[in-house]
Ligand binder design. Structure first.
Ligand SMILES: [Zn+2]
Length: 761
């Protein structure tokens, strides 16, 4: 069926179409990657799609999916997977469940007690049920509070407070003259992904780690606590994984391969991502007596939290006994995969996903995102019934095991590595949703595309487009006139790079499939993350209570999938991409310069006697030592590559413009398939088989989670982290590798431009 026939069938079906008179159509710019004709049809289908999602359905799905605890291995986790699969089937998707068998520890013994230096205290390690909140009482099914993939251990040692437990905090400790060697550290949540805290603590010689939720971050300092308000109550605990995912995510026993039944598995002792020291999360009620027992140095100003005590660093006489033991079982994870086959390019896959597992009931994380994905699947099913046929194959995925370590998505992306390398066009992820602003992060080859999608979505609170609302907020938050100028003039809003923390990781950083992460947030923060209070009661009282942002997310995800799946020419674009890479190279140069300047200045101050003169003998600090000023690095390979890349990107835009000026008619030519193949290849080319120098699982040369940040992205990671870690030779070597990768990318873009011009002629 051609587009005219589709249009006719739509009219015949009496569907409401957007009022587009002929003259309006003539003036209308065709959608990016579409001919004038296919663009008209696409707009109709998209308008129809966006009218389908219903807040009532979203609410009903959430009520069902969050009715009971549904962590990996629980009966309700499997129930939910089967329920989602049945829904996908009912909507008309060709659906199956794919099972993987993964290492999944659950707590067997947990103990935290203060054994010296204060009144004897045994931590409760328990979140109480609340009368108002019906599901909070499902204690028999709730996973106790713990950090998954903590090594077993039984340690007793003096306690030291390490603030957020990130590398800078240890530099501070060094100046204070406090060592954590042989100690148990207590760190507060935030400012890094939680797994970084025990990792850095162990690197500094600590033998145990407690992580607590300080009320300053998400408790009573921020607002009323649950159930009166949205914030963390005194016994609320943040569960979570502490596996070393910046090294590799997924099943710790099967790095790089799918954890299918007969996969070759490491022994538990051989798994590099399990922590080196025992770690346990605690509430602020449990943390307060421990922190109050600390003596020694008064915590630096930025280290003081919201508890009504004087924060000390320690150590003092306070001694803690920490015991953690897990059941180290292999458990099944159930990924639900629903397919709509492509009618023209079945070998090109557009993939959309969200996880379905939770730590406990997980209404917000992940169900608020999962329900939008379900409603999108229903909407696409409705379009199919009206005669719509996507050109490309669409996969709707509900991942299991995201919480403990991106297990379901990583194992799937590893098991299907070859197919994804051959067929993956793009992966669009979400993971939770709330009120506020549309956030899109991801591959910069899709930056223009994601801006175009944001322009189509109406913000429920302001009725502005989600794009406009976002732009105005960015203007409000900009720190300089220059920044504001760019936001007003650039045309497209910049999208942040992806680090890690959700299921896009394996697609983007291991398989090299262009990826986006989408969701609304910014107006309804709270403190129930990964606790038993993240449930239907909380969500329907304190978040997107009428599910209008759930509908907006379904409209966003659905529109993005539809537009990618139906495009004649895939909407990859390279001028924004080249511009972004250029900013990265500038940042790296500034970083290297700043490190030279800072070290030079500090050496000078040491020489001048600044540190002796400003030292308080009653609260002495250890003076820093003179350090070698970093050498000049060779940025030429990167700078040359960016120049080539910028040229190729312009060539491609020009070729595209030429193609469009032919009315886009030529875009229906069969040899477009060849150009599309090259466009798909454009993200693969950014990854190397060898991967990053210190972590080969991560293959992408532009985006990775920081080795010492976890969630936050490090762009051009091999170069940036070498500079940050003062490994100058490695930095120079990495610039050669990344330069080569970018040169090859530029060559591919140029051939795509040439091929497109050839098609047009
Ligand atoms: Zn999640």
């Amino acid at each position: 069926m051609n587009r005219h026939a589709v249009l006719a069938s739509l009219l015949f079906a009496g569907l409401s179409l957007a009022p587009v008179g002929n003259h309006v159509i003539a003036d209308e710019q065709p959608l990016f990657g579409y001919s004038a004709e296919s663009s008209r049809a696409e707009r109709q289908w998209e308008a129809k799609l966006r009218a389908i999602p219903s807040p009532e359905n979203l609410r009903a799905y959430m009520q069902h999916l969050s009715a009971r605890p549904h962590n990996v291995g629980s009966p309700y986790d499997k129930d939910n997977a089967e329920w989602i699969a049945a829904k996908f089937k009912e909507f008309g998707l060709d659906t199956h469940i794919e099972q993987f068998d993964v290492l999944y520890p659950t707590p067997k013994e947990r103990l935290v007690e203060l054994v010296a230096g204060g009144p004897k205290f045994v931590a409760k390690l328990q979140e109480p049920a609340l009368a108002q909140d019906p599901t909070s009482s499902q204690q028999a099914e709730q996973l106790p509070t713990y950090n998954a993939y903590s090594i077993d251990g039984d340690v007793t040692a003096p306690l030291v407070y390490v603030n957020y437990g990130i590398p800078e905090d240890y530099e501070q400790l060094e100046r204070i003259g406090v060592s954590v060697k042989g100690k148990i550290v207590i760190a507060r949540y935030y400012h890094s992904w939680r797994g970084i805290k025990p990792k850095v603590a162990a690197e500094h010689g600590a033998i145990g780690c407690l992580i607590y939720s300080d009320p300053r971050e998400d408790g009573f300092v921020q607002g009323e606590t649950f159930p009166d308000g949205a914030y963390r109550p005194l016994d609320g605990v943040q569960r979570g994984s502490v596996a070393d995912m910046p090294y590799y995510p997924g099943d710790p026993l099967t790095p790089g391969v799918g954890a299918i039944k007969d996969a070759k598995r490491l022994k538990v002792e051989e798994a590099a991502t399990i922590t080196k020291i025992p770690v346990l999360p605690i509430s602020y009620a449990d943390a307060q007596p421990l922190l109050a027992a600390l003596a020694g140095y008064i915590a630096p100003e930025g280290w003081r939290g919201g508890l009504g005590i004087t924060y000390h660093v320690g150590p003092g006489l306070a001694k803690v006994h920490l015991k953690v033991k897990s059941n180290w079982d292999i458990k099944p994870v159930y990924d639900v995969i629903g397919k709509i086959p492509g009618s023209v390019f079945p070998g090109e896959w557009v993939i959309r996903g969200n996880h379905h597992d939770a730590w406990v009931n997980g209404a917000e994380d992940p169900t608020s995102g999962m329900v939008a994905v379900l409603e999108e699947a229903r909407a696409l099913g409705e379009l199919l019934k009206s005669g719509w046929k996507p050109k490309r194959t669409i996969l709707y995925c509900a991942w299991d095991g995201e919480e403990p370590g991106l297990l379901g998505s990583t194992e799937w992306a590893e098991a299907h590595y070859d197919e994804l390398r051959a067929h993956g066009v793009a992966y669009i992820n979400s993971d939770s949703n709330g009120r506020g602003y549309l956030d899109i992060e991801g591959s910069h080859t899709l930056e223009k595309f994601s801006n175009e999608i944001a322009r189509e979505i109406q913000d429920p609170e302001t009725n502005l487009s989600a794009w406009k609302r976002r732009q105005l907020r960015e203007i409000a938050k900009a720190k300089s006139a220059e920044e504001r100028e760019e936001i007003r003039k650039r045309g497209d809003l910049r999208i942040p790079a992806l680090g890690s923390g959700s299921d896009y990781t394996a697609f983007l950083q291991h398989d090299g499939v262009a990826s986006l992460n989408i969701g609304f947030d910014g107006e309804d923060t709270g403190g129930i993350y990964h606790s038993i209070y993240d449930d239907f009661y909380w969500y329907t009282h304190f978040s997107d209570t009428n599910f209008v942002y759930g509908r907006a997310l379904a409209q966003t995800g659905g529109t993005a999938v539809l537009r990618l799946a139906d495009a004649d020419l895939l909407p990859f674009e390279f001028e924004n991409f080249a511009d972004t890479v250029q900013t990265y190279v500038k940042e790296l140069k500034t970083l290297s310069q700043k490190m030279q300047d800072d070290i030079r200045e500090r050496n000078r101050e040491i020489e001048e006697g600044v540190f002796q003169a400003t030292n308080d003998p009653k609260r002495p600090l250890v003076a820093p030592v003179v350090e070698m000023v970093p050498p000049h690095l060779n940025f030429a390979p990167l700078e040359n590559a960016v120049e080539t890349l910028t040229r190729s990107a312009a060539e491609y835009s020009k070729a595209l413009e030429q193609a469009n000026s032919h009315g886009g008619a030529i875009l229906t030519s069969a040899s477009l398939a060849e150009v599309n193949k090259m466009l798909i290849e454009s993200e693969r080319k950014l990854s190397t088989t060898e991967g990053l120098p210190n972590r080969p699982w991560f293959k992408h040369q532009l985006y990775a989670p920081g080795f010492y940040t976890g969630y936050a992205a490090k762009t051009v990671p091999a170069v940036r982290e070498a500079i940050e870690q003062k490994q100058w030779k490695r930095a120079d070597e990495a610039m050669v590798v990344v330069g080569r990768v970018l040169q090859e990318e530029a060559a591919l873009i140029s051939s795509a431009a040439a091929r497109l011009t050839g098609v047009t002629r």
